[in-house]
Ligand binder design. Sequence first.
Ligand SMILES: *[C@@H]1O[C@H](CO)[C@@H](O)[C@H](O)[C@H]1NC(C)=O
Ligand SMILES: *[C@@H]1O[C@H](CO)[C@@H](O)[C@H](O)[C@H]1NC(C)=O
Ligand SMILES: *[C@@H]1O[C@H](CO)[C@@H](O)[C@H](O)[C@H]1NC(C)=O
Ligand SMILES: *[C@@H]1O[C@H](CO)[C@@H](O)[C@H](O)[C@H]1NC(C)=O
Ligand SMILES: CC(=O)N[C@H]1CO[C@H](CO)[C@@H](O)[C@@H]1O
Length: 342
Amino acid sequence: MKFSTLAAGLLSAAGLAFAQGEAATGSVSKGPFPFDLNGSNFTYPYPVNVFTFTSQQQKLQMAFMDVKPTCAPNGQTAVLLHGKNFCGATWNSTIVALAGAGYRVIAPDQVGWCKSSKPESYQFSLNQLAWNTRGLLNTLGIGNITLIGHSVGGMLSTRFALQYPNTIDRLVLVDPVGLEDYVEKGVPYVSIDTDIAAEAAQTFAALKGYEQSIYYAGQWDDSYTIWVTMLTNVYFGSKRAQFIKNQGQIVDMVLTSPVVQYFKDVVSKTLLIIGDQDKVAIGANWSPPEVAANLGHISVIGPQVCDTIPDCTLYQFPTLGHAPQISAPSNFTRVVLDWLEQ
Ligand SMILES: *[C@@H]1O[C@H](CO)[C@@H](O)[C@H](O)[C@H]1NC(C)=O
Ligand SMILES: *[C@@H]1O[C@H](CO)[C@@H](O)[C@H](O)[C@H]1NC(C)=O
Ligand SMILES: *[C@@H]1O[C@H](CO)[C@@H](O)[C@H](O)[C@H]1NC(C)=O
Ligand SMILES: *[C@@H]1O[C@H](CO)[C@@H](O)[C@H](O)[C@H]1NC(C)=O
Ligand SMILES: CC(=O)N[C@H]1CO[C@H](CO)[C@@H](O)[C@@H]1O
Protein backbone atom coordinates (compact mmCIF):
# COMPACT_ATOMS: atom_id res chain seq x y z
CA MET A 1 0.00 0.00 0.00
CA LYS A 2 1.27 3.44 -0.86
CA PHE A 3 2.05 5.73 2.05
CA SER A 4 -0.66 8.28 1.26
CA THR A 5 -3.36 5.59 1.30
CA LEU A 6 -1.96 4.09 4.48
CA ALA A 7 -1.81 7.40 6.30
CA ALA A 8 -5.22 8.52 5.07
CA GLY A 9 -6.70 5.19 6.16
CA LEU A 10 -5.14 5.37 9.60
CA LEU A 11 -6.04 8.95 10.21
CA SER A 12 -9.60 8.71 8.93
CA ALA A 13 -10.12 5.52 10.92
CA ALA A 14 -9.09 7.56 13.93
CA GLY A 15 -11.49 10.33 12.97
CA LEU A 16 -8.86 12.83 11.85
CA ALA A 17 -9.01 15.17 8.91
CA PHE A 18 -5.96 16.42 7.04
CA ALA A 19 -7.03 19.94 7.99
CA GLN A 20 -4.38 19.71 10.69
CA GLY A 21 -1.76 20.24 7.99
CA GLU A 22 0.46 18.32 5.66
CA ALA A 23 3.66 16.55 6.62
CA ALA A 24 6.69 15.00 4.93
CA THR A 25 6.29 11.84 2.89
CA GLY A 26 9.13 9.43 2.36
CA SER A 27 10.49 5.99 3.05
CA VAL A 28 12.29 4.20 5.85
CA SER A 29 15.43 2.10 5.53
CA LYS A 30 16.90 -0.18 8.18
CA GLY A 31 20.36 -0.07 6.60
CA PRO A 32 23.04 -1.23 6.80
CA PHE A 33 24.55 2.27 7.01
CA PRO A 34 28.15 3.45 7.03
CA PHE A 35 29.89 3.51 10.44
CA ASP A 36 30.19 7.27 10.00
CA LEU A 37 26.55 8.22 9.38
CA ASN A 38 26.21 11.82 8.15
CA GLY A 39 29.16 12.96 10.25
CA SER A 40 28.68 11.00 13.49
CA ASN A 41 30.47 7.74 14.25
CA PHE A 42 29.18 7.60 17.84
CA THR A 43 27.61 4.21 18.61
CA TYR A 44 23.92 4.50 19.53
CA PRO A 45 22.39 2.22 22.16
CA TYR A 46 19.83 0.81 19.68
CA PRO A 47 19.87 0.14 15.93
CA VAL A 48 19.55 3.25 13.78
CA ASN A 49 17.05 3.53 10.92
CA VAL A 50 16.91 6.30 8.33
CA PHE A 51 13.85 8.20 7.03
CA THR A 52 14.47 9.66 3.56
CA PHE A 53 12.19 12.45 2.34
CA THR A 54 12.21 15.54 0.17
CA SER A 55 12.31 18.93 1.83
CA GLN A 56 13.14 22.30 0.28
CA GLN A 57 13.89 20.63 -3.05
CA GLN A 58 16.47 18.20 -1.75
CA LYS A 59 16.59 14.63 -0.45
CA LEU A 60 17.23 14.55 3.27
CA GLN A 61 17.65 11.85 5.87
CA MET A 62 16.58 11.72 9.49
CA ALA A 63 18.22 8.98 11.57
CA PHE A 64 16.07 7.52 14.34
CA MET A 65 15.87 4.67 16.81
CA ASP A 66 12.66 2.63 16.90
CA VAL A 67 12.58 0.58 20.08
CA LYS A 68 9.98 -2.10 20.76
CA PRO A 69 8.37 -2.49 24.18
CA THR A 70 10.37 -4.85 26.39
CA CYS A 71 7.24 -6.00 28.26
CA ALA A 72 3.56 -6.39 27.29
CA PRO A 73 2.93 -3.57 24.76
CA ASN A 74 0.48 -0.89 25.93
CA GLY A 75 -0.28 0.09 22.32
CA GLN A 76 1.18 3.57 22.76
CA THR A 77 4.16 5.27 21.15
CA ALA A 78 6.43 7.74 22.88
CA VAL A 79 8.42 10.14 20.69
CA LEU A 80 11.50 11.74 22.27
CA LEU A 81 12.88 14.99 20.85
CA HIS A 82 16.43 15.96 21.79
CA GLY A 83 17.85 19.42 22.46
CA LYS A 84 20.58 21.42 20.78
CA ASN A 85 23.61 19.91 22.49
CA PHE A 86 22.08 16.43 22.47
CA CYS A 87 21.11 13.60 20.10
CA GLY A 88 18.46 10.90 20.12
CA ALA A 89 21.01 8.73 21.92
CA THR A 90 20.99 11.00 24.98
CA TRP A 91 17.54 9.58 25.79
CA ASN A 92 19.06 6.16 26.48
CA SER A 93 17.84 5.75 30.07
CA THR A 94 14.42 7.23 29.21
CA ILE A 95 14.08 4.78 26.29
CA VAL A 96 14.88 1.85 28.59
CA ALA A 97 12.24 2.94 31.13
CA LEU A 98 9.47 3.69 28.60
CA ALA A 99 10.06 0.48 26.60
CA GLY A 100 10.02 -1.31 29.96
CA ALA A 101 6.59 0.21 30.66
CA GLY A 102 5.15 -1.08 27.35
CA TYR A 103 5.78 1.87 25.03
CA ARG A 104 7.16 1.72 21.53
CA VAL A 105 9.78 4.48 21.55
CA ILE A 106 10.90 6.60 18.61
CA ALA A 107 13.95 8.81 19.16
CA PRO A 108 14.92 10.78 16.05
CA ASP A 109 17.88 13.05 15.32
CA GLN A 110 16.60 16.25 13.73
CA VAL A 111 17.94 17.48 10.39
CA GLY A 112 21.11 19.45 11.13
CA TRP A 113 22.08 17.28 14.11
CA CYS A 114 23.98 14.09 14.94
CA LYS A 115 23.41 11.25 12.43
CA SER A 116 20.88 13.11 10.24
CA SER A 117 21.58 15.14 7.09
CA LYS A 118 23.43 18.42 7.46
CA PRO A 119 22.25 20.34 4.42
CA GLU A 120 24.51 23.03 3.02
CA SER A 121 21.43 25.08 2.33
CA TYR A 122 18.31 24.86 4.49
CA GLN A 123 15.77 27.24 5.96
CA PHE A 124 15.45 25.96 9.50
CA SER A 125 12.24 26.59 11.40
CA LEU A 126 10.55 24.80 14.26
CA ASN A 127 7.53 24.30 11.98
CA GLN A 128 9.73 22.70 9.32
CA LEU A 129 11.30 20.32 11.86
CA ALA A 130 7.81 19.43 13.14
CA TRP A 131 6.71 18.75 9.53
CA ASN A 132 9.71 16.47 9.04
CA THR A 133 9.04 14.62 12.31
CA ARG A 134 5.29 14.20 11.78
CA GLY A 135 6.09 12.83 8.31
CA LEU A 136 8.45 10.25 9.80
CA LEU A 137 5.67 9.12 12.16
CA ASN A 138 3.06 8.97 9.38
CA THR A 139 5.42 6.85 7.30
CA LEU A 140 5.78 4.44 10.23
CA GLY A 141 1.97 4.31 10.48
CA ILE A 142 1.98 5.92 13.92
CA GLY A 143 -1.07 8.04 14.82
CA ASN A 144 -1.41 9.47 18.30
CA ILE A 145 1.75 9.88 20.33
CA THR A 146 3.09 10.74 23.73
CA LEU A 147 5.48 13.54 22.83
CA ILE A 148 8.42 14.21 25.14
CA GLY A 149 10.77 17.07 24.29
CA HIS A 150 13.83 18.41 26.07
CA SER A 151 15.50 21.83 25.75
CA VAL A 152 15.25 22.99 22.10
CA GLY A 153 13.35 19.71 21.60
CA GLY A 154 10.80 21.01 24.13
CA MET A 155 10.43 24.19 22.12
CA LEU A 156 10.02 22.04 19.01
CA SER A 157 7.46 19.84 20.80
CA THR A 158 5.45 22.97 21.64
CA ARG A 159 5.36 23.95 17.95
CA PHE A 160 4.51 20.35 17.05
CA ALA A 161 1.60 20.49 19.53
CA LEU A 162 0.34 23.70 17.91
CA GLN A 163 0.75 22.36 14.38
CA TYR A 164 -0.62 18.80 14.89
CA PRO A 165 -2.78 19.05 18.03
CA ASN A 166 -4.95 16.05 17.13
CA THR A 167 -2.00 13.68 16.98
CA ILE A 168 -0.85 14.14 20.56
CA ASP A 169 -2.21 12.15 23.44
CA ARG A 170 0.12 13.56 26.12
CA LEU A 171 2.85 16.21 26.02
CA VAL A 172 5.86 16.27 28.32
CA LEU A 173 8.17 19.30 28.23
CA VAL A 174 11.50 18.87 30.00
CA ASP A 175 13.36 22.10 30.73
CA PRO A 176 12.18 23.47 27.38
CA VAL A 177 14.00 26.37 25.81
CA GLY A 178 11.64 29.25 25.01
CA LEU A 179 9.87 29.68 28.36
CA GLU A 180 10.67 33.34 27.73
CA ASP A 181 11.12 35.45 24.59
CA TYR A 182 14.85 36.21 24.60
CA VAL A 183 14.69 39.01 22.03
CA GLU A 184 11.74 40.68 23.73
CA LYS A 185 13.79 40.64 26.94
CA GLY A 186 16.63 42.48 25.25
CA VAL A 187 18.99 39.92 23.72
CA PRO A 188 20.68 41.84 20.88
CA TYR A 189 20.40 40.34 17.42
CA VAL A 190 23.60 38.82 16.07
CA SER A 191 23.99 37.53 12.52
CA ILE A 192 23.94 33.86 11.58
CA ASP A 193 27.59 34.35 10.58
CA THR A 194 28.37 35.35 14.17
CA ASP A 195 26.44 32.30 15.43
CA ILE A 196 28.43 30.07 13.05
CA ALA A 197 31.72 31.59 14.24
CA ALA A 198 30.74 30.78 17.84
CA GLU A 199 29.93 27.18 16.81
CA ALA A 200 33.28 26.90 15.03
CA ALA A 201 35.06 27.84 18.27
CA GLN A 202 33.49 24.97 20.28
CA THR A 203 35.81 22.45 21.89
CA PHE A 204 35.34 19.53 24.27
CA ALA A 205 36.54 21.70 27.18
CA ALA A 206 34.30 24.64 26.24
CA LEU A 207 31.20 22.45 25.89
CA LYS A 208 31.93 20.67 29.13
CA GLY A 209 32.50 23.95 30.97
CA TYR A 210 29.25 25.43 29.61
CA GLU A 211 27.23 22.33 30.49
CA GLN A 212 28.71 22.10 33.98
CA SER A 213 27.85 25.68 34.84
CA ILE A 214 24.57 26.18 32.93
CA TYR A 215 23.09 22.65 32.83
CA TYR A 216 24.32 20.91 35.96
CA ALA A 217 24.41 23.59 38.68
CA GLY A 218 28.23 23.53 38.78
CA GLN A 219 28.36 19.76 39.33
CA TRP A 220 29.98 17.17 37.10
CA ASP A 221 29.50 13.43 37.14
CA ASP A 222 31.57 11.07 34.98
CA SER A 223 28.34 9.72 33.47
CA TYR A 224 27.80 13.10 31.71
CA THR A 225 31.09 12.91 29.82
CA ILE A 226 29.84 10.50 27.15
CA TRP A 227 27.32 13.10 25.93
CA VAL A 228 30.06 15.70 25.42
CA THR A 229 32.09 13.05 23.60
CA MET A 230 29.05 12.27 21.41
CA LEU A 231 28.72 15.97 20.56
CA THR A 232 32.38 16.74 19.90
CA ASN A 233 32.42 13.70 17.64
CA VAL A 234 30.09 15.62 15.31
CA TYR A 235 31.83 19.00 15.78
CA PHE A 236 35.10 17.42 14.64
CA GLY A 237 33.61 14.78 12.36
CA SER A 238 33.44 14.38 8.59
CA LYS A 239 30.56 16.90 8.20
CA ARG A 240 32.08 19.57 10.45
CA ALA A 241 31.59 22.53 8.09
CA GLN A 242 27.91 21.81 7.42
CA PHE A 243 27.27 20.95 11.07
CA ILE A 244 28.58 24.21 12.48
CA LYS A 245 26.67 26.13 9.82
CA ASN A 246 23.44 24.27 10.67
CA GLN A 247 23.97 24.78 14.40
CA GLY A 248 24.44 28.52 13.82
CA GLN A 249 21.21 28.58 11.81
CA ILE A 250 19.50 26.71 14.66
CA VAL A 251 20.56 29.34 17.23
CA ASP A 252 18.98 31.97 14.95
CA MET A 253 15.83 29.81 14.65
CA VAL A 254 15.47 29.65 18.44
CA LEU A 255 15.90 33.41 18.84
CA THR A 256 13.55 34.39 16.04
CA SER A 257 10.65 31.98 16.61
CA PRO A 258 9.55 32.38 20.22
CA VAL A 259 6.83 30.09 21.58
CA VAL A 260 6.07 31.67 24.95
CA GLN A 261 3.14 33.66 23.52
CA TYR A 262 1.50 30.42 22.32
CA PHE A 263 1.51 28.20 25.40
CA LYS A 264 -2.07 29.37 26.02
CA ASP A 265 -3.05 27.65 22.74
CA VAL A 266 -1.58 24.25 23.63
CA VAL A 267 -4.60 21.95 23.98
CA SER A 268 -2.67 18.79 24.90
CA LYS A 269 -2.61 17.48 28.44
CA THR A 270 0.85 18.67 29.47
CA LEU A 271 3.47 17.85 32.08
CA LEU A 272 6.13 20.52 32.49
CA ILE A 273 9.24 19.24 34.27
CA ILE A 274 11.93 21.69 35.31
CA GLY A 275 15.11 21.61 37.28
CA ASP A 276 15.07 24.72 39.46
CA GLN A 277 18.82 25.16 38.91
CA ASP A 278 18.48 25.30 35.12
CA LYS A 279 19.99 28.57 33.81
CA VAL A 280 19.69 28.11 30.06
CA ALA A 281 18.92 31.33 28.17
CA ILE A 282 19.86 31.60 24.52
CA GLY A 283 21.88 34.77 23.91
CA ALA A 284 22.56 35.50 27.60
CA ASN A 285 26.29 35.07 26.93
CA TRP A 286 26.38 37.94 24.40
CA SER A 287 23.87 40.22 26.14
CA PRO A 288 24.70 43.23 28.32
CA PRO A 289 24.91 42.22 32.01
CA GLU A 290 21.62 43.91 32.93
CA VAL A 291 19.82 41.94 30.20
CA ALA A 292 21.55 38.67 31.07
CA ALA A 293 20.64 39.11 34.73
CA ASN A 294 16.97 38.99 33.80
CA LEU A 295 17.22 35.77 31.76
CA GLY A 296 17.15 32.06 32.56
CA HIS A 297 15.29 32.14 35.89
CA ILE A 298 13.66 28.84 35.07
CA SER A 299 12.31 28.23 38.58
CA VAL A 300 10.31 31.47 38.23
CA ILE A 301 9.22 31.37 34.59
CA GLY A 302 8.47 27.61 34.56
CA PRO A 303 5.51 27.95 36.97
CA GLN A 304 4.33 31.10 35.14
CA VAL A 305 4.25 29.27 31.81
CA CYS A 306 2.48 26.25 33.32
CA ASP A 307 -0.25 28.64 34.53
CA THR A 308 -0.88 29.74 30.93
CA ILE A 309 -1.19 26.19 29.49
CA PRO A 310 -4.87 25.19 29.81
CA ASP A 311 -4.14 21.65 31.13
CA CYS A 312 -0.69 21.70 32.76
CA THR A 313 0.91 19.82 35.63
CA LEU A 314 4.21 21.18 36.95
CA TYR A 315 6.97 19.08 38.46
CA GLN A 316 10.06 20.80 39.89
CA PHE A 317 13.35 19.14 40.84
CA PRO A 318 14.76 21.62 43.38
CA THR A 319 18.40 20.50 43.14
CA LEU A 320 18.64 19.65 39.44
CA GLY A 321 19.51 21.76 36.40
CA HIS A 322 18.77 21.59 32.69
CA ALA A 323 18.83 17.82 32.10
CA PRO A 324 17.07 15.83 34.87
CA GLN A 325 16.83 12.79 32.57
CA ILE A 326 20.64 12.69 32.59
CA SER A 327 21.44 13.79 36.14
CA ALA A 328 18.74 11.75 37.93
CA PRO A 329 17.43 9.22 35.37
CA SER A 330 15.40 7.01 37.70
CA ASN A 331 13.77 9.95 39.49
CA PHE A 332 12.97 11.48 36.12
CA THR A 333 11.40 8.37 34.60
CA ARG A 334 9.37 7.76 37.76
CA VAL A 335 7.87 11.25 37.52
CA VAL A 336 7.08 10.81 33.82
CA LEU A 337 5.59 7.31 34.14
CA ASP A 338 3.55 8.20 37.26
CA TRP A 339 1.97 11.06 35.33
CA LEU A 340 1.45 9.08 32.12
CA GLU A 341 -0.13 6.19 33.99
CA GLN A 342 -2.56 8.37 35.98
C1 LIG B 1 22.48 2.77 27.43
O1 LIG B 1 21.93 2.14 28.55
C2 LIG B 1 22.34 0.78 28.69
C3 LIG B 1 21.52 0.16 29.80
O2 LIG B 1 21.51 0.96 30.94
C4 LIG B 1 23.84 0.78 28.95
O3 LIG B 1 24.30 -0.55 29.07
C5 LIG B 1 24.55 1.46 27.79
O4 LIG B 1 25.93 1.57 28.07
C6 LIG B 1 23.99 2.84 27.55
N1 LIG B 1 24.57 3.38 26.33
C7 LIG B 1 24.89 4.65 26.20
C8 LIG B 1 25.41 5.08 24.89
O5 LIG B 1 24.74 5.44 27.11
C1 LIG C 1 -5.22 11.78 20.32
O1 LIG C 1 -5.29 11.98 21.72
C2 LIG C 1 -6.05 13.13 22.07
C3 LIG C 1 -5.97 13.27 23.59
O2 LIG C 1 -6.19 12.04 24.21
C4 LIG C 1 -7.48 13.00 21.59
O3 LIG C 1 -8.17 14.19 21.88
C5 LIG C 1 -7.46 12.78 20.07
O4 LIG C 1 -8.77 12.57 19.62
C6 LIG C 1 -6.62 11.58 19.75
N1 LIG C 1 -6.52 11.45 18.32
C7 LIG C 1 -6.72 10.30 17.74
C8 LIG C 1 -6.52 10.30 16.27
O5 LIG C 1 -7.04 9.27 18.34
C1 LIG D 1 35.24 9.07 14.52
O1 LIG D 1 35.13 10.49 14.39
C2 LIG D 1 36.18 11.20 15.04
C3 LIG D 1 35.93 12.68 14.85
O2 LIG D 1 34.79 13.09 15.50
C4 LIG D 1 37.53 10.83 14.45
O3 LIG D 1 38.53 11.48 15.17
C5 LIG D 1 37.70 9.33 14.52
O4 LIG D 1 38.88 8.99 13.83
C6 LIG D 1 36.53 8.62 13.88
N1 LIG D 1 36.70 7.17 14.08
C7 LIG D 1 36.68 6.33 13.06
C8 LIG D 1 36.96 4.90 13.41
O5 LIG D 1 36.42 6.67 11.93
C1 LIG E 1 15.72 10.65 43.72
O1 LIG E 1 14.95 9.73 44.44
C2 LIG E 1 15.58 9.29 45.66
C3 LIG E 1 14.72 8.19 46.24
O2 LIG E 1 13.41 8.61 46.40
C4 LIG E 1 15.74 10.47 46.58
O3 LIG E 1 16.40 10.08 47.75
C5 LIG E 1 16.59 11.54 45.87
O4 LIG E 1 16.64 12.70 46.68
C6 LIG E 1 15.96 11.91 44.53
N1 LIG E 1 16.87 12.79 43.82
C7 LIG E 1 16.45 13.87 43.18
C8 LIG E 1 17.49 14.67 42.54
O5 LIG E 1 15.28 14.20 43.10
C1 LIG F 1 23.80 14.56 3.20
C2 LIG F 1 24.29 13.15 3.37
O1 LIG F 1 25.46 12.87 3.29
N1 LIG F 1 23.37 12.28 3.66
C3 LIG F 1 23.68 10.89 3.88
C4 LIG F 1 23.19 10.48 5.24
O2 LIG F 1 23.28 9.07 5.39
C5 LIG F 1 22.51 8.35 4.46
C6 LIG F 1 22.59 6.87 4.82
O3 LIG F 1 23.90 6.40 4.70
C7 LIG F 1 23.04 8.62 3.06
O4 LIG F 1 22.21 7.94 2.11
C8 LIG F 1 22.98 10.10 2.79
O5 LIG F 1 23.57 10.37 1.55
